[in-house]
Every structure is written in C-alpha cells, then in structure tokens.
Design a protein around this ligand. Structure first.
Ligand code: FCB
Length: 413
C-alpha cells in the first residue's frame, strides 16, 4: 500500500450518542430505555484515544443534525463546538477527519414538516449543511450522504426507517431531492474550501452489495437479480457519470430523471458488507425475495449476512468506471467472536490489496466500527465494534480484532 493510504475506522453520531430531538429517538423503544446509547457524547475523549491505540491515520464520523438544529430556527452552538473539538483532537494527532454530514437521522421538525419528497427539504438541508461546513475548520474529506439508497429503501419503500413511508413514486422524488442536495453541497464545500486553501475531497458513501440470482438456472431469478443490481449498485454511478438517474423497479416502467450531480465527486466512498441472493416470488412485494446463503463456507454473521470477500473486489472493479479514487468507507462484521472478526477483516483487506494489484485506484479502508453501538434495525446486540461495550457500565474493552487491525496497519504503513 502506498504511503498516503487511509487506514481508518468509521462511526456515525446517532449510533454512538443518540439524540432526544432525532426522528429515530422515538422510532425505536430500545432508545427510550437507553437514549445516550454508548454515552460517546460525553466519553468522546476516551474513545478518540482508542484511535491512537489502533494507529489509524484517519477517522470517519458524522455530525448529528438534531443536536445542531434541535428546532427549526435554533442553532445549538455548544454541539457545533463539540464537533469542532473532535476535529481539533484528530488533527492534533495527525488523524485525517472524514465528516459525514447526513447519516440517516433527521431532526423531528425536519422529517415532519419538510420530508425528503417535498422540494422544501432542499433549502432546509442546505442551511444545515452550510452551517456545518462553515463551522468545522480543517476538514478535507466530506461525505454528504451516507447510503442514500438504504435511506430510500428503509424510509420510503419498506417503511422500516423514518419517515416510514411505503410509496415508490415518493421514493423517487425523495431520491431526486437528496441528489440535488449532494450537487449543491459539493459546490458549497468547494467554495468554502477555496477560502481556506484546502483542496476538498467530496463524495457520498454508497452501499454496494454483491448480488446474484438465487438459482442460476432460473431465468426469472436472473432477470430480477439483473434489475436489482442495476438499481441498487449501478444507477447512482451512472447518475454521477451522465447527470441522469434511471430508476427501474421490477415490473414497473423505467423512470429517467435529471439530477445535477454529473462529475460532482472527488473520490467515491463504497460501503461493502455482504452478498445477497435474489429470487422471484409472486407472493412478495415486487415479486422479490432476498436471502443470504453461506456458499463460500465463510459463514453468516450475527446479522445473518453472508461473508463474501470476493464481492468487494467485484464492486470496486465496477466503481472504478467512475475514474475517481475509491475509498472503502465502511466494511465490518457483527459477531460476538473476536476470531471471526479477525478472519472477516483479513479476508476483506486481502481483497482490497488484490484490487490494488489489479490496477484499481483504492486509496483507503475504513473498518466499521470503533466501539459497539446501536444498529438501526437490530438494537444493541449487533457487535460490530473493535472494542466491546458493556452497555450497563459503559466500559470499553478491546476485542482480539483491535490488536489485529493495529498489526495490519503497522505492517502496511
Ligand atoms: C451500514 C450503515 C451503518 C451501519 C452498518 C452496519 O449500512 O451505513 O450505519 O449500520 O451498515
């Protein structure tokens, strides 16, 4: 790996801190019992020290919108100062900050009055984004949106995430508005950076999965897998290349919309976890059934996800058509077992190294995640952390994978 390679860990604010004014706070009863989740908002210095133990040279984290803007016209200066302090601590320790502006959560006032399918959402989001960018000094790497498609699937198609809508035409409108915001935020970040003499690196973090037909000889499974693969993995890349988004849901007409994001990328963030098999099933919504199968013999994670490192090579190869540097902005495993975590990590790091040898321009790898946290649909039992958290005492303890990651970084730097 070359010298400037970013070895990091990735986190998100709400999953560590909770927030009383966020849409998710009242969405999940676990959060009413444990509103502060890991108490990271107060224990952040202790947690940032763990980064030094790991020897990472970069750290991806997000700012929590509902802390910064708890009410529509109220800015909370203390929380802005808090996030600046995190940036300062990182910079003092030669750790490159990568800030995610939007990682799934919203202030309640926003999602109630200006949900993403309303055009008024654009101005409201941009006011927040500009406040963050104007305030946080010294940040070069920005992620505007984490996994816009997951937000869409969860919030607008499945209805399992706020705002809990199930409507494909509203979903398309919401996606369009989110992408408009990405384009505007890209320009805004570049304009601000010019004032500070920083060359910014701006992207989204796109969740990409390996996708395959359930039965290879079934024409319907294959057709569906192709449609899903195009929508889920590829349509966003094409939108960045052409400025047009083509959305095709199974058994519906294709929609083509203009999105002002052509070339508005300085690198591309890929979140990769697993492979999904796809089956035609007339009794399911959109005739689509998804399943994880342990085909390679590497096992399923505690989330039931298939461990499939070769899929990472595939999605990186595909993403390389964007012709910008790639960064793996998330990759990790939910497991209670340290050894299983080590195996997952080493196989995926090998896949990254292989991709680089094959000529793919990969510039960084961020392990998800630093300490155990709140997992959106699974609560507190999905153990993704390099450090294990005892949610009663809030004590953090390293898993075996922490030392292993430190070793990987040291041996490659
Ligand atoms: C990703 C999310 C992240 C985390 C991991 C496990 O899809 O971006 O917040 O929940 O999955």
């Amino acid at each position: 790996m070359n010298k400037g390679f970013l070895w990091g860990v990735a986190t998100s604010a709400f999953q560590l801190e909770g927030s009383p004014h966020a849409d998710w706070a009242s969405w999940d009863t676990i959060l009413t019992e444990r509103p502060n989740v890991t108490s990271h908002y107060t224990l952040y210095k202790e947690d940032l020290n763990l980064l030094k133990d790991l020897g990472v040279n970069s750290y991806r984290f997000s700012v929590e919108w509902s802390r910064i803007q708890p009410r529509e016209n109220v800015w909370d200066d203390a929380s802005l100062a808090h996030y600046q302090e995190i940036v300062d601590i990182l910079l003092q320790n030669n750790i490159e900050p990568m800030v995610t502006i939007h990682h799934f959560t919203h202030p309640l006032w926003f999602i109630k009055k200006y949900p993403w399918h309303e055009d008024s959402s654009i101005e409201k989001f941009m006011r927040f984004a500009e406040k963050v960018v104007a305030t946080l000094k010294g940040v070069r790497y920005w992620i505007t949106f984490n996994e816009p498609y997951v937000l869409l699937l969860g919030g607008y198609l499945e209805g399992c995430m706020p705002p809990g809508i199930r409507d494909s035409s509203l979903a398309v409108r919401a996606l369009q508005n989110i992408l408009v915001c990405h384009g505007k935020a890209y320009d805004m970040i570049h304009a601000h950076a010019a004032n500070y003499g920083i060359t910014p690196m701006v992207s989204v973090a796109h969740n990409m999965a390996a996708l395959a037909p359930w039965k290879r000889y079934s024409p319907l499974d294959r057709l569906l897998a192709k449609i899903v693969k195009y929508f889920y993995n590829h349509s966003l890349l094409d939108a960045f290349l052409t400025g047009y988004l083509r959305v095709k849901f199974p058994f519906k007409n294709e929609i083509r919309i203009q999105v002002p994001i052509q070339n508005k990328l300085d690198f591309f963030g890929v979140n990769y976890y697993t492979r999904v098999h796809i089956r035609f099933n007339p009794f399911k919504k959109m005739c689509l059934e998804l399943r994880h199968m342990d085909i390679d013999g590497y096992g399923l994670t505690d989330m039931g996800w298939e461990v499939h490192p070769r899929g990472l090579e595939k999605v990186l190869r595909y993403a390389s058509k964007l012709k910008v540097p790639l960064i793996i902005t998330e990759n990790g495993i939910a497991t209670h077992d340290g050894q299983t975590k080590i195996k997952y990590m080493s196989r995926h790091v090998e896949a990254v190294e292989k991709s680089i040898r094959d000529g793919i321009d990969v510039r960084g790898y961020f392990y998800w995640t630093l300490i155990d946290n709140y997992e959106w649909l699974q609560g507190l039992d999905a153990r993704f952390g390099l450090y294990r958290v005892d949610f009663d005492t809030m004590e953090r303890k390293p898993t075996n994978a922490a030392a292993y990651y430190a070793y990987i970084i040291k041996s490659r730097s």
